[in-house]
Design a protein around this ligand. Structure first.
Ligand SMILES: *Cc1c(COP(=O)(O)O)cnc(C)c1O
Length: 229
């Protein structure tokens, strides 16, 4: 099993490297996050053994339970929506939160962070689809959230995240480019450095790397298909 994960991980690294090379980027600038929602602890332990350094989870509770049973020097990333009432629990479980969608939740989670720990890294999730059914802020509202996150205690804003709308690679490509351009715009108008772009999942991560992703979030490409919900 570990062998299988080692091989899949190598394949992913190669695909990232080829995509990066196509646009003259270094593969070292792309961090692969292993998305372990619905993956059992034993298999996550194998993945860490196979070299995985970054773990992504959707739910605070599930991540806390898993983290308590795993060791290894890995960074934990929260990818799913964060409710204010879970902020305290999230503050000491994660290293990076990709799903900030209001200055209020950022303030709450930052305030709950141990003042002696390094600040949590945070990304503002941006919704780029046509339908407002998903989480994240609309592009027009992103500036206010970025400004609201600047200078908070316990939390350090580092970039933007998006989930590509459904509809295939052309649509994903447009969304990834939009996120990058929005980031460039926000850096100009707010003077807040936003080096990280979290975009790209198993179906579209190579396109995301070509468009500037610094973090790709991969579940199925590493662990195979998830059981149907
Ligand atoms: C589940 C999930 C992923 C991973 O999706 P795959 O298609 O399995 O790679 C990435 N990002 C978020 C936010 C997710 O919820």
């Amino acid at each position: 099993m570990t062998l299988d994960l080692t091989r899949r991980r190598e394949e992913i690294q190669e695909r990232v490297a080829r995509a990066a090379a196509r646009v003259g980027r270094s593969p070292d600038d792309v961090r692969v996050i292993a998305v372990t929602k619905d993956v059992e602890v034993e298999r996550i332990a194998e993945a860490i053994h196979a070299g995985v350094t970054d773990i992504g989870e959707s739910r605070v509770q599930e991540a806390r339970a898993k983290r308590a049973r795993l060791d290894g020097d890995v960074a934990w990333h929260l990818l799913g929506h964060l409710q204010t009432n879970k902020a305290r629990q999230a503050a000491d479980c994660f290293d990076v939160i990709h799903s900030i969608d209001s200055a209020r939740v950022a303030t709450t989670v930052g305030a709950a962070r141990d003042p002696d720990a390094v600040p949590l890294e945070a990304l503002v999730e941006v919704e780029l689809g046509d339908v407002e059914t998903r989480t994240g802020v609309r592009p027009a509202d992103a500036e206010a959230v970025v400004r609201g996150c600047a200078g908070l205690y316990g939390i350090h804003l580092v970039g933007l995240m998006t989930i590509a709308p459904r509809g295939g690679s052309e649509i994903a490509k447009v969304a990834f480019r939009q996120l990058r351009e929005l980031r460039d715009h926000l850096e100009r108008v707010t003077s807040c450095p936003l080096p990280e772009l979290s975009m790209g999942m198993s179906n579209d991560f190579e396109i995301a790397v070509e468009e500037g992703a610094t973090m790709v979030r991969l579940g199925r490409a590493l662990f195979g298909d998830r059981p149907a919900p």
